[in-house]
Design a binder for this molecule. Structure first.
Ligand code: ADP
Length: 340
């Protein structure tokens, strides 16, 4: 799923990896989830057993992968990473599960996108650390039980509602990650700027935080764009490349189509469609997706949650509706016809 309107290349991924906090103590925000996870990991450590399976849900870039890495790191166990789309047959999952070493942490990103047959195998594996492997076809088919090493599954999904109930029920701990407050993003930025060697005055930091859509990954990306801008154009206030002023932040982010409140091209396209094309709504998800030329799942799991959270979009049984705040942001006057 897309999470920012920018392409991701190898270097960007490497930098993203380097900026990941390695412990719960370094992980910014998500206070409640952090406390709950700490308890879960401590209990497992005291009893020298693998921690319960963990389900993390929330929009992209809020720290699900990072938390999975932290689980492995804090419990001092190896981490295996996979993703739902990579598990298209039960056999893919059988190969993965049977190669796990005792206590290993298995991270499956986009766990809702696994094949059905694999999902069913996973139920048994999570519950009893056992799978049944089908051999042969038709009347001669038999199933061979195979014991697995105990493991901790960390599943990530953009929306836990996309998971079938039997799968969701097998996670001992479920956490929903929320968008971050600007003050929390400022802390993420302060840490990242220090690691990247970028001098970031408080106002510039606040400006990037405001425009990061409540998302640490976006904050880190925007910071890198600002850094690029300084490398190329220098800092006009000092005539050198020493720091990032607010003007630079503005210039760099405008160049990347991030608006004053952090909405990107797709966010604005969705708002624009609801407000202008459908006169404020209600409009159904699939119609909206076709109008902006994007997958319904992306609109629903990535774009909408933030627009709803900032009060620009409402979900009603009849479809999505734009609020007066959305009209105001787009600079469209809202008469009676637009609001119902
Ligand atoms: P997700 O798996 O939810 O898409 P990631 O775990 O890959 O998100 O996080 C994306 C980036 O944001 C990582 O580079 C990480 O450094 C940063 N990040 C996410 N959450 C936090 C946090 N709570 N504190 C500091 N950095 C974070």
């Amino acid at each position: 799923l897309r999470d920012a309107a920018e392409p991701v290349d190898e270097t960007e991924l490497a930098i993203e990896g380097a900026l990941r906090p390695a412990s719960l103590a370094e992980f910014v925000g998500q206070h409640k989830v952090r406390g709950q996870m700490q308890l879960l990991l401590d209990a497992a450590r005291i009893q020298s057993r693998p921690a319960d399976h963990i389900l993390l849900s929330g929009p992209p870039g809020l720290g699900k992968t990072t938390l999975a890495m932290i689980v492995a790191h804090e419990s001092n166990r190896p981490l295996r990473m996979s993703s739902g789309p990579a598990i298209q047959h039960a056999g893919d999952l059988a190969a993965l599960l049977s190669s796990l070493t005792p206590g290993e942490v298995l991270f499956i990103d986009e766990v809702h996108r696994m094949a059905r047959s694999a999902e069913e195998m996973l139920y048994l594996a999570m519950e009893d650390f056992r799978i049944d492997i089908m051999v042969g076809k038709g009347a001669g088919a038999t199933s061979i039980p195979l014991d697995l090493a105990p493991f901790t599954l960390v599943g990530a999904t953009t929306r836990s509602g996309l998971l079938p109930n039997p799968l969701r029920d097998r996670f001992g701990f479920t956490a929903h990650l929320e968008y971050y407050e600007p003050a929390e993003l400022e802390r993420v930025l302060e840490r990242s700027a220090a690691m990247l060697g970028v001098t970031l005055p408080p106002q510039a930091r606040a400006e990037i935080a405001r425009r990061s859509r409540g998302t640490p990954r976006i904050a880190n990306r925007l910071l890198r764009r600002v850094r690029d801008y300084i490398i190329v154009y220098g800092d006009p206030s000092t005539g050198s490349g020493a720091g990032a002023t607010e003007a630079i932040v503005d210039a760099a982010l405008d160049l990347y189509d991030v608006d004053r409140i952090g909405l990107d091209r797709l966010d604005r396209a969705v708002l624009d469609a609801v407000v202008r094309r459908f006169r404020g709504g209600p409009v159904g998800l699939s119609t909206l997706a076709v109008t902006v030329g994007e997958e319904a799942e992306t609109i629903e799991s990535v774009v909408e949650p933030y627009l709803v959270r900032i009060g620009f979009l409402g979900r009603t049984p009849r479809g999505r509706v734009a609020t007066p705040e959305a009209y105001e942001h787009l600079g469209v006057p809202h008469g009676d016809s637009a609001l119902r």
